[in-house]
Design a protein around this ligand. Structure first.
Ligand code: KIV
Ligand code: ZN
Length: 498
């Protein structure tokens, strides 16, 4: 391998910004440790000035991981930079990621400023950040829509001021691959001191071109790629780590390698999806449930004769191990613990005992327990300290009759009951719930997803409820889809009831 691409993971910053994907500090540490095992070079751990929670997470992640550089985001504002520097105090390797919008659109509408003043602010921010750390990354927000000649002037100035990495974000996901690649080439050719910094790509997927744009940037000289696990991120998401890594691994002729241990890709993907309650689309490249499933007879025949007939990636190279997913009611704690550790989840003995009890109950209802099921159990375990819990739920429904639900809730230790009829079982159950918890809530989104296959499968429900002009996201998982729906609704309510 003649050249090296640095992988900058922003799952915990750009990814975590997605509504409904917020993690607590313990969960962020879990993801950060998994990213370290995966082999990423840089972990963007948060935007410390944005909230005490983000600040604290950067501190704790810095303590918890050893090898990757820990990066904290700031605006080109002194206070942000001071707070970021403080949050990085325990990091063994640290980086401040500061920047400002450079497109005429940002300059005029966001800053009510002009091009020269923006260069001055960018330079001042980099110089100020250099007082605290040596490794400074500068981002030119909306670089995708920034005029190349002006962008080159900005980049030259910030490198002169001490930036060691220059990030060229396609913030809106607008660029075409040729255009983005040409932008990187333009900077390589026209920034006189470009050899003193690494060029980084940061692409969004609004038009489905994030991976193509990132590859085009790499092929034109970028040597850092900013990515997230499963491509999660604002709006349509960011470039997916697993896609860039596997493209470079599969296309030997490109001769650019990464430090990623690809066999950890699938477990980390499952962990992030489960902790963030963000399902991976079944046909998602590399990590989707169907990515290696061949249904047509011709394909199956071909793959059985020689895997390479239709598969360009060996599933084992990304950590998919078909023999591993058999957990049943007869599996012991050791088997469950082993499976969790393969998935990157380390549990204390107490936690394991607790989850094992739930695992046995689930195994009574469901024949084979898969990775998603146990990750959901670990997730359910995290949210047990909530104020409102279901005591019981019974629903009768059928064709030609109205559904009726009786629901018992435990609200902070007090028991409440209600019965309601509705237009279908979920409607009846939610109406019963609303009789007990009487608030002006509006259901805005309701998604049901079966985790894998089989009529005894777990169902996952994602919900969005509006209350007091604010949106709350909830999640529920149960072999009973009506119960999962009520759990998801309660998860929303638990986020705003005091
Ligand atoms: O998309 C973007 O421009 C960003 C920057 C803050 C790096 O996320
Ligand atoms: Zn971004």
């Amino acid at each position: 391998m003649s050249d090296r691409l640095f992988i900058f993971d922003t799952t915990l910053r750009d990814g975590e910004q997605v509504p409904g994907c917020q993690l607590n500090t313990v969960e962020k540490i879990q993801v950060a440790k998994a990213l370290e095992t995966l082999g990423v070079d840089v972990i963007e751990a948060g935007f410390p000035v944005s909230s005490p929670g983000d600040f604290n997470s950067v501190i704790e992640i810095s303590k918890a991981v050893t090898w990757p550089t820990i990066c904290a985001l700031t605006r080109a504002v002194q206070k942000d930079i001071e707070v970021a520097a403080e949050s990085l105090q325990y990091a063994k390797r640290k980086r401040i990621h500061t920047g400002i919008g450079t497109s005429d659109f940002h300059i005029k509408h966001k800053f009510n400023s002009n091009r020269e003043e923006i260069i001055e602010r960018a330079v001042a921010a980099v110089k100020y950040a250099r007082r605290f750390v040596d490794d400074i990354e500068f981002y030119a927000e909306d670089a995708g829509r920034t005029d190349n000649e002006y962008l080159a002037r900005v980049i030259e100035a910030v490198i002169k001021a001490g930036a060691t990495v220059v990030n060229i974000p396609d913030t809106t996901g607008y660029c075409l691959p040729d255009e983005y690649g040409a932008k990187i080439k333009y900077l390589t050719d026209h920034v006189s001191n470009i050899d003193k910094a690494i060029i980084s790509t940061h692409c969004h997927n609004d038009l489905g071109m994030a991976t193509a744009n990132t590859m085009s940037g790499i092929l034109n000289g970028a040597r850092q790629a900013e990515v997230t696990i499963n491509g999660i991120g604002e709006r349509a998401g960011n470039t997916a780590l697993e896609e860039i890594t596997m493209i470079l691994k599969s296309h030997h002729e490109i001769k650019i390698g990464t430090n990623i241990n690809t066999q950890k890709i699938y477990p980390v993907s499952r962990m992030v999806s489960s902790l963030m309650n963000m399902p991976v689309q079944p046909n998602k490249a590399v990590v989707g449930r169907n990515a290696f499933a061949h249904s047509s007879g011709i394909h199956q025949d071909g793959v059985l004769k020689n895997m390479e007939t239709y598969e360009i990636i060996d599933p084992r190279d990304v950590g998919i191990d078909d023999n591993s997913i058999v957990l049943t009611a007869r599996s012991g704690r050791a088997a469950l613990k082993h499976r969790f550790s393969v998935l990157g989840v380390e549990l204390s003995q107490d936690k394991l005992d607790e989850i094992y009890g739930q695992f046995l109950k689930l195994a009574d209802r469901k024949k084979d327990i898969n990775d998603d099921d146990i990750l959901v159990l670990a997730g359910a375990n995290r949210s047990q300290n909530r104020r409102i819990k279901i005591e019981y739920l019974q629903v009768t429904s059928g064709v030609g009759v109205r559904s009726v639900a009786s629901l018992g809730l435990n609200v902070a230790g007090e028991k409440f009951e209600a019965v309601a009829s509705g237009n279908g079982p979920v409607d009846a159950a939610i109406k019963a719930l609303k009789k007990i918890i009487d608030r002006h809530m509006t259901l805005k989104e309701f998604t049901i997803q079966a985790i894998s296959k089989g009529s005894d499968d777990m169902g996952k429900v994602h919900m969005q409820v509006e209350y007091n002009d604010q949106m709350y996201y909830g999640f529920g998982a149960n072999t009973d889809i009506i119960a999962a729906s009520v759990e998801a609704y309660i998860d929303c309510i638990n986020k705003f009831v005091k």
